[in-house]
Design a protein around this ligand. Structure first.
Ligand SMILES: NC(=O)c1ccc[n+]([C@@H]2O[C@H](COP(=O)([O-])OP(=O)(O)OC[C@H]3O[C@@H](n4cnc5c(N)ncnc54)[C@H](O)[C@@H]3O)[C@@H](O)[C@H]2O)c1
Length: 236
């Protein structure tokens, strides 16, 4: 039986590449994203049939709840969850309005907590599953102009480690992937930053997706953090 994989933020960018690779590897994929049309378009482009798309704002508890109830009813138990929904607005703290702080924290951190919580209900019956949260090298190293974004991503580190401990006895693994500069909508216009990267280029969504797949499939890896950043952390 094929595995059911829910990819939050699966309509484009890193999540889109993850959804594609998982579909290519035979998973039944649920593309979950804020925008209904782009979620559906991404889902329809996946190889194989029987995939699902859902529009859901991951920062809204009731929407997350409803989405996972629909997934359970129509597709059954979730095997894999990938949290790739996220937003970033670069801004020095003194210039960051509180509403922007709230939306970054709610989407990047609270959103992953809500989807993990909803997916776990399904993963625990019968026990087993794997979760990959997408953090950032910035959560590890910090970056001027990204204090709030960085805090949301550092928060995912504590969250991932703690949740990994909570659910290991139920054979659910939880890992964190830390990308550097990856070529997506989020990094448009940042090409100058290539000189900071030891490998001298941005990564691709496909390269991140391969690492996500590794974490999903590695049966003896939990609570781990994997950097996929072309060596950027070495020079920050
Ligand atoms: N691109 C990079 O260089 C980079 C580096 C480090 C970390 N990341 C992280 O990787 C993840 C994916 O980033 P990306 O570069 O693919 O960005 P992207 O902007 O291309 O895609 C983001 C996806 O998240 C979805 N999304 C945003 N807010 C949402 C919400 N409230 N509810 C549901 N879906 C929502 C969007 O619809 C889209 O599908 C993010 O968490 C980002 O912080 C990206």
């Amino acid at each position: 039986m094929s595995r059911l994989a829910v990819v939050c933020g699966g309509s484009r960018g890193i999540g889109g590449a993850v959804a594609l690779l998982l579909a290519e590897r035979g998973c039944r994929v649920v593309v979950l994203s804020r925008d209904q049309d782009s979620a559906r378009a991404a889902m329809e482009a996946l190889p194989g049939g029987d995939h699902l798309s859902l529009s859901c704002d991951v920062s809204e508890e009731q929407e997350v709840q409803r989405s996972f109830e629909t997934i359970q009813k129509t597709c059954g138990s979730v095997s894999y969850l990938v949290n790739a929904a996220g937003i970033n607005r670069d801004s020095l703290l003194l210039r960051t309005p509180p509403h922007l702080m709230v939306s970054m924290l709610h989407t990047n951190l609270l959103g992953s907590m809500l989807t993990c919580r909803a997916a776990l209900r399904s993963m625990l019956r019968p026990p087993g599953g794997a979760i990959v949260n997408i953090g950032s090298v910035v959560g590890l190293k910090g970056n001027a102009g990204q204090s709030v974004y960085s805090a949301s991503k550092s928060g995912l580190q504590g969250f991932t480690r703690s949740l990994a401990k909570e659910v290991a006895s139920r054979n659910v693994r939880v890992n964190l992937l830390l990308p550097g500069f990856i070529r997506t909508n989020m990094t448009e216009g940042l090409e100058d930053s290539e000189r900071l990267i030891p490998l001298r280029r941005f990564g691709t969504g496909q390269e991140v997706a391969q690492a996500v797949l590794f974490l999903l499939e590695s049966q003896y890896v939990t609570g781990a953090e994997l950097l996929v950043d072309g060596g950027l952390h070495l020079s920050m």
